[in-house]
Design a protein around this ligand. Sequence first.
Ligand SMILES: [Zn+2]
Length: 166
Amino acid sequence: MADAKKELNRVMLSLYIILAIFAVCIVWAVYEAAVLGDYIMMIPGLVIGFMALVFGVPLIWLRNSERRVNLRVAVIVLQSERTAFSVLAGSVGCSDAEARNKVVWCLNNGYLPGYVISGQEVLLSKLMDPNLQEHAVECPNCGASFTYVGKIGQCPYCGDYYPPKK
Ligand SMILES: [Zn+2]
């Protein structure tokens, strides 16, 4: 199962690594200059450090920008049983239609297990009208697998009902 929160953390982690490279290079440069008094050897530390910052951060940020917003949408949806597209649109700053597209992306990529789109919102499929839902079950009597639509199903092999009658 795809985990939106973990994916988001991964993007943030790569940013922290860039910042760490920058910090190490600057410390190296300061060490060369201030402690060893070598102002020539200060230059590579400064150059590498700033290159990492100036090119690395935008590269990671821009390359993941679309994906990042999509993952944020997934994290918001997972917090509640049902979320209107208008609420998502307000949270991430896009139109309702764009919010819907982002939800579709999340569904297609497996970030929203158990969720479906219904009208103008995304909700847990178990909240949908049970009369319209298809259920896949294992017969408690004979163990056969079958599917049924509605509230009660009948096993095609042994004729038992599901859910079992009390
Ligand atoms: Zn059966």
